[in-house]
Design a protein around this ligand. Structure first.
Ligand code: PMP
Length: 280
């Protein structure tokens, strides 16, 4: 496998950054994950828009022009002979003597890696997956795709230890923000598709945005509003969205079946609409 580090392509096993990189010391950086499907980068512009926005919010300069970054992504895919992959992009504030304030003349570091896209498990698609709830202990700017992911990994680990696929993060007011690495959706008892609106409380998922568009086009009854864990447990359907999972049905929340306990028709339909969109 080949990685890209600050202008150089080389074996992943030898790729490294300095120990005083602020990403390593402070999580002072951001990332993106772009799926490559059948040789095409999915929602490339949306991911690059979000990358630029995350950098702007942290006042880190784009380490190269967008067009150059798009070229690097393609070169990396080519060098790895990839057709179905996840391209990971990370930008940090750069290398500087450890000190909290922004360094005066640090040069941002950029690394890209590429790995095989995990195939959706037929069992997960046929039966849906389980989620557990966890308190959302993250910071107040979850809209920035920061590499600081401790609360997310702790929640995901708790899910795995409970035999679940994902953790849904719950605010102190009882509302679900999102999953540890996915956005959260329900179809309410009354047949309304609900997902939390964009705010600083959630990451604006690129998949979420696209699924919203597709649902609107299909004239599905839709509300962007927060929903509680209680409401989710009484919902007809639940599912998650992300670049790697696409639309994945959830059939259990905290051990309780959602609806009939099998993937619902709306989740299946939205997954199909999204797959059709990706192939178009
Ligand atoms: N929320 C969080 C916290 C995430 O880490 C991700 C994955 N990047 C998502 C939502 C889904 O975003 P996307 O659809 O852009 O992959």
């Amino acid at each position: 496998r080949i990685a890209y580090v600050n202008g150089h392509y080389g074996p992943l096993s030898e790729a490294s950054v300095h120990i005083e990189d602020r990403g390593y010391q402070f999580s002072d950086g951001i990332y993106e994950v772009v799926a490559l499907r059948n040789g095409r980068l999915s929602n490339e512009e949306g991911h690059l828009d979000r990358l630029e926005r995350s950098l702007k919010e942290l006042r880190i300069a784009m380490p190269m022009h967008r067009r150059a970054l798009q070229h690097v992504m393609r070169e990396l895919v080519r060098k790895n002979k990839a057709t179905n992959a996840l391209v990971y992009i990370q930008v940090t504030r750069g290398v500087a003597r450890r000190d909290h304030p922004f360094p005066k003349d640090a040069v941002p570091s950029i690394v890209l890696t590429c790995r095989t896209l995990p195939k959706p498990s037929p069992k997960a698609l046929a039966e849906g997956v389980a989620v557990i709830s966890q308190p959302d202990i993250r910071w107040g700017r979850r809209d920035i795709k920061s590499i600081s992911l401790l609360p997310n990994i702790l929640a995901k680990q708790a899910a795995r230890e409970a035999g679940a696929y994902e953790a849904w993060l719950v605010e102190t007011d009882g509302t679900v923000t999102e999953g540890s690495s996915t956005n959260a959706w329900i179809l309410t008892k009354d047949g309304v598709l609900v997902t939390r609106p964009r705010s600083t409380s959630i990451l604006p998922g690129i998949t979420r945005g696209q699924v919203l568009k597709l649902a609107q086009e299909a004239q599905i009854r839709l509300e962007e509003r927060p929903f509680t864990l209680e409401e989710a447990k009484e919902a007809k359907e639940a599912f998650m969205s992300s670049a790697s999972a696409l639309v994945l049905p959830i059939t259990k929340i905290d051990g309780q079946p959602v609806g009939e306990g099998i993937p619902g028709p709306l989740a299946k339909r939205l997954r199909e609409l999204y797959e059709t969109y990706l192939a178009s």
